[in-house]
Write a new protein. Structure first.
Length: 183
């Protein structure tokens, strides 16, 4: 077989990768962070009908609110991702991740306390900045803190947090977009 793809390439019978305790801890923390991002993405569509009713908004305005969250995600991923790369590797990159976590925590608490539509819109954007900033830095940190032969396991495990995002689709028989909820 070409390259390093033969059945004898890897150690047989080794199911749990060898990793330093700090590598395992980094994997647990970053997977938890990506799970929090997933929960945030799942909660907004769930509570959106209540938000529309509370602020007397149209479905289009609700879409704008969701769009602001994803615009923040894109902004955070670009700005904090590039900033994290500019700081270097390892612990220095973790500083960027810490900033993103602080943004998420403050935005989450403030969102719960928001009273006006403008406050909610601004806070959803900044929540997106925080979650978007965590995602590229999470992957980079997991990749850096695991040895080459087990890096695929670590990145794959990290991404199991993403798989908890519900895949939602419009269901006209259950109310669909016109009926006010997604299933």
């Amino acid at each position: 077989m070409a390259g390093n793809v033969s059945p004898q390439a890897g150690p047989r019978g080794r199911y749990i990768p060898r990793g330093h305790a700090l590598s395992w801890w980094m994997l647990v923390v970053t997977t938890g962070a990506i799970l929090i991002t997933s929960i945030d993405r799942a909660i907004l569509p769930t509570v959106l009908p209540g938000i529309l009713k509370e602020f007397k908004l149209s479905e289009t305005a609700g879409g704008v609110l969701v769009g602001l969250s994803f615009a923040g995600t894109m902004t955070g991923g670009l700005v904090l991702g590039v900033f994290g790369d500019s700081l270097g590797k390892g612990v220095r990159r973790a500083y960027t991740w810490g900033v993103a976590v602080v943004i998420v925590v403050i935005s989450s608490i403030a969102t719960a306390l928001s009273r006006t539509l403008l406050q909610l819109q601004v806070l959803r954007f900044f929540m997106g900045v925080g979650t978007g900033g965590m995602e590229p830095v999470n992957v980079a940190m997991v990749g850096e803190w695991w040895q080459k032969e087990d890096r695929g396991f670590a990145v794959g495990t990290h991404h199991t947090g993403i798989s908890h995002r519900p895949v939602r689709r419009a269901r006209p028989d259950r109310g669909g977009p016109r009926g006010g909820h997604l299933a």
